[in-house]
Design a protein around this ligand. Structure first.
Ligand code: CTP
Ligand code: MG
Length: 232
C-alpha cells in the first residue's frame, strides 16, 4: 500500500501573513485542503497523514474531516523543522506501507501525473523526486557576496515534492539522520547520504511551492487561467 505524508506544520514566515500559510484560502479553498485533495485523488494512496502545527490541530482536523476522504487519515503534530515534522508522521505510518510519498502542504498544484510517476519510480528505483530543469542561471556565492562559480545549468534541477520512497529506505534514512544530527531541507537528501540512488522524475513548473505573497497571485492566476481555458 501507499501512504502519503503531507507536511503542513510550518509557520509561513516568508509569507508574512502572521499565521500558517497553508490555512490561507486560494480561490476560496484553504491551501492545505487543495493539497490533500490532490493526493487523495490518487487511487493508489490508501493512507494520508497530515502534519499540523501543534496549535492548529483542531482547525486542521475539522478542515480534513469536512472533506469526507475515503482513505484512512489522521492529523499528527509537527516539530520545529520540516524534517522533525516528517519524522513525527513517519512514526504514525502503517506497518503495511510499502511506498511513502512525502509532499509539502504548501504545494497545492501537484498533478496526478507527477504523483503517479514518482510512485512508479520509487517502486522501481527505491527513491524518486519530482523536479524541473532550472530556468535561471545559478551562481555559487562566496562568504563576501561575490560569485565563486557558475555550475553548468544543464545539470541543475529544481527539486519539488512529491518525493516517494520504499518505506524501509525512508525509515532507515530518517533513523540515520537523527542518529547523526543531520538536518536536510528535503527528504531525498537524507537518502542520498546513505549512498542510495534517487531518481529524478520530470514534473511541471506549475507545481510551485507557495512561499512568498506573489506565489499566491501566481497560483490564483494559474487556476483562473486554466478554468477559463477549459470553459472557452
Ligand atoms: N513544514 C512543516 N514543519 C516545519 C516547517 C515546515 O511541516 N517545522 C512544512 C510547511 O508547512 C510547508 C513545507 O514544510 O508545507 C515546506 O516548507 P516551507 O515552504 O519552508 O514552509 P514554512 O516553513 O511554513 O515557511 P517559512 O520557511 O517561510 O517559514
Ligand atoms: Mg520553512
Amino acid at each position: 500500500m501507499v501512504t502519503a505524508i503531507i507536511a503542513a506544520a510550518g509557520q509561513g514566515r516568508r509569507m508574512g501573513a502572521g499565521s500558517n500559510k497553508v490555512l490561507l484560502t486560494l480561490a476560496g479553498i484553504p491551501l492545505v485542503v487543495r493539497t490533500v485533495r490532490q493526493l487523495a485523488a490518487c487511487p493508489q494512496i490508501e493512507e494520508i497523514i497530515i502534519v499540523s502545527g501543534p496549535e492548529e490541530m483542531g482547525e486542521m482536523h475539522s478542515l480534513v474531516s469536512a472533506m469526507g476522504l475515503t482513505q484512512k487519515w489522521q492529523v499528527v503534530a509537527g516539530g520545529s523543522e520540516r524534517q522533525y515534522s516528517v519524522a513525527n508522521a513517519l512514526a504514525a505510518v502503517s506497518g503495511k506501507a510499502e511506498i511513502i510519498v512525502v509532499h509539502d502542504g504548501a504545494r497545492p498544484l501537484a498533478d496526478q501525473t507527477a504523483i503517479e510517476n514518482v510512485i512508479a519510480a520509487a517502486r522501481e528505483y527505491g527513491a524518486a523526486v519530482v523536479a524541473v530543469p532550472v530556468k535561471d542561471t545559478i551562481k555559487v556565492a562566496d562568504a563576501n557576496g561575490f560569485v565563486a562559480t557558475t555550475p553548468d545549468r544543464k545539470k541543475l534541477w529544481a527539486v519539488q515534492t512529491p518525493q516517494a520512497f520504499q518505506a524501509a529506505i525512508l525509515r532507515q534514512a530518517y533513523a540515520q539522520a537523527l542518529a547523526e544530527g543531520f538536518l536536510g531541507t528535503d527528504d531525498a537528501s537524507l537518502v542520498e547520504r546513505l549512498g542510495m540512488p534517487v531518481k529524478l522524475v520530470t514534473g511541471s513548473y506549475r507545481n510551485l511551492k507557495i512561499t512568498t505573497p506573489e506565489d499566491m497571485v501566481i497560483a490564483a492566476a494559474l487556476l483562473e487561467g486554466e478554468r477559463t481555458m477549459r470553459v472557452g
